[in-house]
Ligand binder design. Sequence first.
Ligand SMILES: Nc1ncnc2c1ncn2[C@@H]1O[C@H](COP(=O)(O)OP(=O)(O)OP(=O)(O)O)[C@@H](O)[C@H]1O
Ligand SMILES: [Mg+2]
Length: 360
Amino acid sequence: MGIFTMFNPLRIFFPKKMVGIDIGTSSIKVVEISRWGEGRTLENYGEIKSDLIYKEPLSDLKMSTNLLASNFVSVAIRGILDEAKIKTKSVIFSIPDFSTFCTSFTIPPMPEKEIKDAIYYNASQYITLPISEVTLDWKIISGVPGNESLPSTVFLVAIPNQVIAEYQQMAQESGLELYALEAEALSITRALIKNNKKTICLMDIGVQSSTVNIIDDGFLKRSYSFNFYSNQLVRAVASALSVSDKEAEEIKNKEGLVSLRQGLAETLYLLVDPLVAKIKSISSEFMQSEKKEVEEIYLTGGTANLPGLKEYFEKTLGKKVHVSNCFSDILYPPILDETLRKMSPSFSVAVGAALSGLEI
Ligand SMILES: Nc1ncnc2c1ncn2[C@@H]1O[C@H](COP(=O)(O)OP(=O)(O)OP(=O)(O)O)[C@@H](O)[C@H]1O
Ligand SMILES: [Mg+2]
């Protein structure tokens, strides 16, 4: 599920190596993963910070023109591929939440051959764009398709065709072959949740936007996107301590919520509280509609590493919180262990995307 196969309708061969790319606000992340039977190996990885690529602040670019239209991105990707010595051409891009549309709905019992039409009909009611301008992918997440007495629940992902065309062009300009595109929420679910069948709330804290996802019995059931600018944490530290943004970033990442500097932790608590509130409200919506309580929380995105954040979430939510390592089931040289552990929250999207192309 979640893998858009339309670019490769003849997927008769299964690639042994795959590149996964996440074009994030703060940096572009690239990983190359290979497959041998059930095993996976991290071949190479690379990252380039966006302040090295863009002349204008990225947030302005993203808001006004299209991020991908800028050929800075494909130049940067080519640079990473060269530097990391990645020769594999097959690529899966993860598409950010603000370019995709995810929803779930129930369809009444019906013969299997009618399901597609029913999904298109329902989709047209949820999606603001004309249905002819989007590509749909879906998965039946409860009920048995074709069972004529039970309703089914459908999880639907829609991507505007325009977005698909832009990624296709960018792959080409980067010298890559687009194998598939995948919604970000599905990539992080694959990378982090693995075989955990519990009811889980997975939050990705981004720079530009963040998502809250509910995964239940291994399936992504809800995905919501909201604005949370992690840059505001840096600004708050910079103004509280009258230091430059660069120094503030270092202090924030090193001390975070456990800082002993006068008033700093309190300022940061106030800024992260809306994240806690989001988890609470979405968990309680899920509880109301599905009668299932969220049992565990997973955090990802670079800000998941903020010192003290995991503990603060555990205390305020009263639940186990994981900041888990997306590389944990992947083979890599032991010497990289500490580096990869630190990078993991930023790389989970790219890792999940690459893994999706290696599933058998
Ligand atoms: N140790 C750390 N503690 C706290 N924050 C950190 C740490 N390391 C990195 N960050 C923050 O993580 C953020 C980058 O995260 P990430 O790479 O997940 O963002 P992104 O994917 O580029 O953004 P988006 O998903 O919104 O496009 C930056 O705001 C940075 O300050
Ligand atoms: Mg991101």
